[in-house]
Design a protein around this ligand. Sequence first.
Ligand code: UDX
Ligand code: UDX
Length: 429
Amino acid sequence: MKISIIGTGYVGTVTGTCFAHRGNDVICVDVDPGRIEKINQGIPPIYEEGLEELLKEHAGRNLKATADYDYAIANSDISFICVPTPTDASGKIDLRFIREASRSIGERLKNKSSYHVVVVKSTVVPETTEKVVTPILEQASGKKAGKDFGVGMNPEFLREGKAVYDFMNPDRIVVGADDPKAGEVIRKLYAGYTCPILTADTKTAEMIKYVSNSFLATKISFSNEVGNICKLLGIDTYKVMEGVGLDARISPHFLRSGLGFGGSCFPKDVKALVGKASEVDYEPILLKTVLEVNERQPLIALRLLKKHVPDLRGKKIAVLGLAFKNDTDDIRESRAIPLIGMLLAEGAIVTAYDPMAAGHMKNVYPNISYFGNAGDALDGADACLIATEWGEFSKLNGEFGRMKTPIVIDGRRVVNSDIKGLIYEGICW
Ligand code: UDX
Ligand code: UDX
């Protein structure tokens, strides 16, 4: 099929490249000329495992990037909207990029004679496709949705760091459409996939995405709450969750307690669902608490640190891990951000190390010291905090010997707690 992708960030680049790899002709559109140039040279604008190889294989062949909406819409039959959907200061979803992209596509549909389907892939609150995107497309094109063109919603469930794998091996595909013809076109695009393909109307498809992310976030906050209780009772919460996770109704996934969830999705999506619920005068007390528990975890880590180092003024504290999780350079909503903020507010001198994300964190905290490896960041430190579950931290040993006092507060259960002489404290264990 001939596909255009509007917005080539994490979701857009992975979606476009994987569709090209499945034999489709793909045109990526973005407002950022730097991203366009990179994609056309086969260089991914974001780091994702396996993406570079695929992009090198398809860039310039059946995948190209452009800023030219006219060209993209004229030369494609289906467009996926993958532009950002940030939340505004009040936590409500901000749809300005969605509106802009819808208008830009709609204006090009005006003079297009062949049938075209517009699919929202960005995470948008329920009713957005039906009540925001469709009216703008109709108004800008002067045409009728469901008759002259089709509209659909096809949420992504891609995990950062594993996005290419997740695109190629989904647990399910959700096809949201408010007219059967559009639904058929989207289903045809996913022909060949063996997983369940669930068809629903667009607002149900939108809700499936929010509820999936909110439930995973709830599992994590529930695990952190249990972890905090177990810590006070001297019980190993991971052993507890091993027993709990063996119940097939619960599953062992996303029961890892620690510093809390970050990333461009969970915090934003739970907040947006809370915002949407209040719009319909419902107070989502459970979802609000999921966010509160998550906000509190870095505070608990600081409290544990101060148990060992009561006065942090002038103390050298090493923070290992800056990304919101391992195998990504993304620091969006990383729990390391509030943690470093609190350490600096307490007068500590922060040294930091991350295998990939230091560059991005320098934009947030330019005045802390960044090191090229964990050992150098630990050198002369009074204590250290583990903020991200990087695999390499489980191999640390001698490096702790370079600390002034080998106090380790582990926020991700990655450090070997049996290391001789280590003063080890797990956040929930
Ligand atoms: C985005 C949404 O933020 C998320 O809610 C949704 O689930 C998937 O798409 P992500 O891909 O991570 O997530 O966004 P980001 O990495 O910020 O990339 C967005 C891209 O859109 C950027 O390349 C940006 O330049 C581009 N863009 C933005 C446009 O092309 N047009 C615009 O009007 C705005
Ligand atoms: C998530 C969803 O998994 C994905 O389906 C959706 O499309 C986008 O949002 P992502 O944000 O990349 O993906 O990260 P994920 O691997 O889900 O981790 C999210 C956060 O939860 C990370 O900060 C991670 O450290 C934390 N986490 C995860 C826990 O604290 N405990 C766990 O057991 C699992």
